[in-house]
Design a protein around this ligand. Structure first.
Ligand SMILES: NC(=O)c1ccc[n+]([C@@H]2O[C@H](COP(=O)([O-])OP(=O)(O)OC[C@H]3O[C@@H](n4cnc5c(N)ncnc54)[C@H](O)[C@@H]3O)[C@@H](O)[C@H]2O)c1
Length: 287
């Protein structure tokens, strides 16, 4: 068996918060395809149930439950349900996230609090519950979803979101540093632009503002590609897993000179380039 044949998913007990739709759903389906038993927990309880049903219909093992990652009790109930169904967790994924936008001065503290409560503290709630068991067993894998918005500055149209994702990235990297000697792996999925419905119904705090995107050199990815990149990365023991390797030259440019990087980005925005990614033909609606 070569390293790339190693499959952490076969027979594993997995729980995905935020697996009821879009990227999380695609990850649940991909892990089930690789042999994991998957518990799906989501505020969208119906989506969680439907995703679980899809997995069972394809011959896999899955349960779907409603859960709110802002509630300690709800997170604990979802972990208990997953472990009752499939045994101690081998894999925990924290993918639940929210998105809203506006100019920085229009985003109220209450929106910051909600953003951090879901995107960051939702992950902390689940990890604090699950990590002790993984450390004791000397194995396990935690995966947290961040974003390109937490890696380099472009998302000035949603600073609270970007800050929450930067916090997720830092949390995940330091958690990996702590857990590695115990045999517990940590990965951080960093999606660039992915084709989902997450902007539908998004709350806007400013009457008018420009949506800023990560760069016109990037291409919109599918949910399925994202799930495969994450799963292969976890299999290979990667910690920071971007959906597009083109992020690394950008990160090097930022590290070489943050002030110049931000000045260049501001000039691009001023020239009318809002960083919108290329949209492959597969996503274009027929006219
Ligand atoms: N789509 C993109 O381009 C993109 C880019 C970067 C990062 N991301 C991140 O990827 C993840 C998935 O995003 P998506 O695009 O599939 O959007 P999405 O909105 O469909 O996914 C978020 C999921 O989290 C769930 N959720 C929200 N609040 C919750 C709560 N309080 N408790 C439990 N579940 C809750 C939603 O019901 C949904 O299933 C998010 O963390 C998002 O920030 C997405």
């Amino acid at each position: 068996m070569t390293d790339s044949d190693f499959q952490p998913f076969a027979g594993a007990s997995a729980l995905i918060f935020g697996g009821g739709q879009n990227i999380g759903r695609a990850i649940a389906l991909e892990w089930a395809r690789r042999g994991a038993k998957v518990a799906i927990a989501d505020l969208n309880a119906e989506g969680a149930a439907v995703t679980a049903e899809e997995i069972r219909a394809a011959g896999g093992e899955a349960i779907g439950t409603g859960a709110d990652v802002t509630s300690d009790d709800s997170v604990a109930a979802a972990v208990a349900a997953a472990e009752a169904a499939f045994g101690p967790l081998d894999i925990l994924m924290n993918n639940a996230g929210i998105l809203s936008g506006g100019n920085p001065q229009d985003i109220p503290v209450s929106a910051w609090q909600q953003m951090l409560d879901v995107n960051l503290l939702g992950q902390v709630r689940a990890i604090n519950l699950v990590l002790p068991g993984m450390l004791e067993r000397g194995r396990g894998h935690i995966a947290n979803t961040a974003s390109f918005a937490g890696m380099y500055p472009f998302a000035c149209s949603r600073v609270h979101y970007a800050a929450s994702k930067a916090a997720v990235l830092s949390y995940s990297e330091n958690l990996a540093l702590y857990c590695l000697p115990y045999g517990v792996r940590v990965s951080c999925l960093c999606p660039g632009p992915v084709m989902t419905t997450s902007v539908h119904g998004m709350k806007h705090f400013s009457e008018s503002y420009e949506m800023r995107m990560p760069g016109d050199h990037l291409t919109l990815k599918s949910q399925e590609e994202t799930a495969i990149v994450l799963s292969d990365g976890m299999r290979d023991g990667r910690i920071v897993i971007p959906t597009d390797e083109l992020v690394w030259p950008t990160m090097r440019e930022l590290a070489a000179g943050p002030d110049a990087f931000i000045a260049k980005k501001a000039a691009e925005f001023a020239a009318g380039n809002s960083g919108r990614p290329m949209v492959p033909a597969q996503f274009l609606k027929p006219a």
